[in-house]
Design a protein around this ligand. Structure first.
Ligand SMILES: Nc1ncnc2c1ncn2[C@@H]1O[C@H](COP(=O)(O)OP(=O)(O)OP(=O)(O)O)[C@@H](O)[C@H]1O
Ligand SMILES: [Mg+2]
Length: 362
């Protein structure tokens, strides 16, 4: 075969390979990214001078795939895979070093590799954008659902308030007529206890639905945090949980409703204490930026499963045993933070435990 014919054949192989890779990319889908990259790798092999001997490896920040399980003692050429102008992976072509030398890689093969690496980068970018859009859509749907739930909840809470006050009032009257410490009196105590619990739930529901009047004023967050901690000091000690406050500034002023601010800190701290192991440490951090105040509460407890993390701000979601929690604490916090035009996020700490970050505008 003369060299012109050989060169033409190589060019044809490259073009076929490029065409194949492009069609795989067009049909790619986010869930099957590993299969897609695998298919691309096998197509690239075909574009090389020694198709059966060339092994392809695609290394990315999400997965690494290769056309052969072990790739030892090879010579190779590389191309960088970039996402949003940042190198996030590599496309590598290998040949067995016992049989080949670097000269066995053609210049055109390096160009082919560069070209496909760019295509893979574009594909991964596209999938990332898609993923972000889906998560944004989900967040908006959640906000919608929370809004509707808020309205229904406010209605129910109102309706329950009066009968609950009656149950509590009449139970207390009844108790006065009974012999103290008698069986009947103890039963009435249970009614009273449960009615109080229900009243607390209704109160939280009203908070959640933002039915409580809001009074915005200039508040210094630092004493607010210290007060909340002082009030919870006994609980910290009873549960044998330690805490540390990391605040450098003495004053952190923002426009907020002081009672609701305490509600945020309280609920987050009570959760942190509840989910902390004995001797666990709860860290309370706060700092200011030009326009915002950032409050961070982290613990060394069990953290969240991925599934739970999506639900924790939903009203009535709780993993506590029945009677221990209503699943409203974080919904209340979420509602308050939203009404202050702030943001709250939850995540797992690298080692263990949960981190809640609240960002409030000044
Ligand atoms: N610090 C934390 N560590 C681990 N999981 C947490 C933490 N805080 C909240 N959660 C999870 O989020 C759920 C919802 O919390 P939320 O405060 O809304 O309700 P609750 O604490 O279960 O009940 P309530 O606050 O009404 O007493 C919890 O049951 C738990 O599964
Ligand atoms: Mg709670």
């Amino acid at each position: 075969m003369n060299t012109t014919e050989q060169a033409l054949q190589e060019r044809l192989k490259e073009l076929t390979c490029l065409y194949e890779v492009s069609s795989i990319i067009v049909n790619a889908n986010a869930e099957l990214i590993e299969d897609t990259l695998q298919a691309i790798a096998f197509s690239i092999k075909k574009g090389f001078q020694f198709p059966t001997e060339t092994e392809i490896e695609i290394i990315t920040n999400i997965v690494t795939i290769s056309t052969k399980d072990t790739l030892r003692n090879t010579i190779s050429i590389h191309a960088e895979i970039s996402l949003f102008n940042e190198v996030k992976g590599q496309l590598v072509a290998h040949l067995d070093s016992a049989k080949f030398e670097t000269v066995n890689f053609l210049n055109e093969e390096q160009l082919l590799l560069d070209n496909i690496a760019m295509k893979i980068g574009n594909l991964l970018e596209r999938l990332e954008i898609q993923k972000n859009e889906t998560s944004l859509k989900r967040q908006m749907e959640r906000a919608d659902r929370l809004g509707i739930l808020g309205e229904i909840t406010a209605g129910i809470a109102h309706e329950l308030n009066t009968p609950l006050a009656n149950i509590l009032g009449f139970a207390e009257l009844l108790k006065d007529d009974l012999t103290p410490k008698s069986k009947q009196s103890e039963d009435v105590d249970k009614i009273i206890k449960n009615a109080i619990f229900s009243r607390e739930v209704v109160k939280k529901l009203m908070f959640f639905a933002c039915e409580m009047p809001q009074e915005m004023k200039s508040v210094n967050l630092v004493p607010n945090i210290k007060n909340a901690i002082n009030l919870l000091d006994a609980t910290f000690r009873k549960e044998q949980v330690k805490y540390i406050v990391k605040i450098e500034e003495e004053e952190m002023w923002l426009k907020a409703d002081p009672i609701q601010l305490t509600q945020i800190i309280f609920n987050l701290l009570i959760n942190a204490i509840y989910f902390s192991p004995v001797n666990g440490l709860v860290t309370i951090e706060a700092k200011t930026t030009a326009n915002e105040i950032i409050l961070k509460i982290s613990d060394e407890g069990i953290g969240f499963t991925t599934d739970d993390l999506n639900k924790i701000f939903q009203p009535f979601f709780t993993t506590k045993p029945t009677g221990d929690g209503s699943g409203l604490g974080l919904s209340v916090v979420h509602g308050i933070v939203a009404s202050h035009k702030g943001e709250i996020t939850a995540e797992n700490n690298i080692n263990k435990g949960a981190i809640f970050t609240v960002i409030l505008p000044k």
